[in-house]
Design a binder for this molecule. Structure first.
Ligand SMILES: [Zn+2]
Length: 455
């Protein structure tokens, strides 16, 4: 583990958020959010066909305070799929970039998210200040995210880093662990930004091959980062690991951890976050879990008002130890749809499975499926370090799959379902990644009813 930080530095996002909001303190930020919320609703009604219909009865000046946001209707992934063009708040010629998110379901159009040049500028600005939490001028960062196209996440990150005199090298997602590891070793990098399971695979391979890599920090992005995975990366590279929360709909960036690692400080000048009850949609008090919902406050091309993210989290109900008054959204570890009830009534989610499996030293990834009748949990684990072929490998893989079963039986919800005969556990271990697993899609606990697209 990296040395514990006795006194976490106050997040550098705070002064940036205040500057972006033209505010001096928290009260000023909240006033900015209310003004920006009213302006967003007004502009959306005036300039977008979708919101003209959806917000027909809403008077933006009737929003007396921020709590009034709860009176506005939600928007959903289905709205974006079916009415994306109608959500446009600018002329098509002003759209600088369109990100198409494929759907893995058999029906439905892909989600298309639109950005103007000004929208992209806000993302670059966030990346610059968000990254200042973990790197310094003069550092070099290896970016393991898609970045070939102008305006892609890796490209915007590289441009944000350049503004703080940090060199970002866009490598792209890990397709070949050995090749990426060689690039990491040769490039004298101080930090890595990548997808959690991909960075774990790199870290575990790098330990197996010898202690060549030492890093200052790692930023995990794009998917949930289990605690056991974070600990394994910290162990392997002697680095600090930070988690970033962001989706394409949020404008690629949403928030980033500070040194206290309690959860994310958020882009509060540009995004208004809520947590709502999954069933009723009503706001829940701080400390209570629910679905994360956000409203864009400064987005031009495609304003999203009360967009339901499908992510499961809560606001941490106490001040951050870093000393900032910025809110803290707890680390997102699972999707709302990724929580399922087993036959014995216990709730199970991917986070619990992840914590158990990624704690096994040889696991680089796992793929989990629950049968439709919820009677069988099938798990494939990808081994990180079996490089020899033949009997030794086969024995090693058999042992690994047995260890995976034992680890899963130690998860309370799974263990109790297995003991009463309500759940069969099947685990296999292999050295080849399964088809379609390149780490760029969000990992899910899949049942046949839940075939959600990557968000
Ligand atoms: Zn903090």
């Amino acid at each position: 583990m990296s040395a514990p930080i006795v006194r976490p530095e106050r997040t550098r996002l705070e002064p940036w958020v205040l500057r972006r909001a033209g505010a001096r303190d928290e009260a000023g930020l909240r006033r900015h959010q209310l003004r920006a919320l009213r302006a967003t609703v007004r502009r959306a009604k005036e300039s977008s066909r979708f919101y003209a219909r959806r917000l027909h009865d809403v008077d933006p000046d009737g929003l007396a305070d921020l709590a009034g946001v709860a009176g506005l209707p939600f928007t959903t992934a289905d709205d974006v799929r079916s009415s994306g063009m109608d959500m446009l708040g600018v002329r098509q010629g002003e759209v600088e970039r369109i990100v198409t998110l494929p759907t893995s379901g058999t029906t439905g159009d892909p989600k298309r998210i639109f950005f103007t040049a000004a929208d992209q500028e806000l993302t670059i600005d966030f990346f610059e200040h968000g990254m200042s939490v973990l790197v310094e001028p003069g550092d070099r960062v290896l970016i393991l995210l898609p970045g070939e196209r102008p305006g892609s996440v890796g490209d915007l990150l590289r441009r944000g880093l350049a503004r703080m005199q940090v060199e970002g090298v866009v490598h792209g997602p890990v397709r070949d662990v050995c090749r990426t590891l060689a690039a990491l070793e040769a490039g004298r990098f101080d930090a890595v930004v990548g997808i959690p399971v991909q960075v774990l695979g790199l870290a575990r391979r790098s330990v197996a091959e010898g202690p060549a890599v030492r890093l200052k920090s790692v930023l995990l992005s794009t998917d949930h980062a289990p605690r056991s995975l974070v600990a394994a990366i910290e162990d392997a590279w002697g680095c600090r690991v930070f988690d970033h929360y962001g989706t394409t709909e949020m404008g690629l960036g949403g928030g980033v951890e500070c040194e206290a690692h309690m959860g994310y400080h958020l882009r509060e000048a540009d995004l208004l976050f809520e947590v709502v009850d999954i069933e009723s949609g009503a706001p829940v008090p701080d400390g209570h879990y629910g679905e994360v919902v956000f409203t864009t406050l400064t987005r031009e091309a495609m304003p999203l008002i009360r967009y339901r993210t499908g992510d499961y989290s809560r606001f941490v109900p106490r001040p951050c130890p870093c000393g900032s008054w910025l809110r803290v959204l707890d680390t997102v570890r699972t999707r709302v749809a990724g929580r399922v009830r087993l036959k014995n009534g216990e709730m199970l989610d991917l986070a619990a499975i992840d914590e158990a499996l990624f704690a096994l030293p040889d696991v680089a990834d796992c793929h989990v499926r629950l049968s439709e009748d919820r009677g069988t949990l099938s798990v494939e684990v990808l081994a990180a370090s079996f490089r020899d072929r033949g009997v030794a490998q086969r024995d090693g893989l058999d042992a690994l799959s047995r260890r995976a079963v034992a680890a899963l039986e130690a998860v309370p919800a799974i263990g109790s379902a297995v003991r009463v005969g309500h759940l069969d556990l099947r685990a296999t271990a292999g050295t080849a990644a399964w088809p379609g697993s390149d780490g760029t899609a969000k990992r899910m606990l899949k049942t046949s009813e839940h075939t959600e697209e990557p968000g």
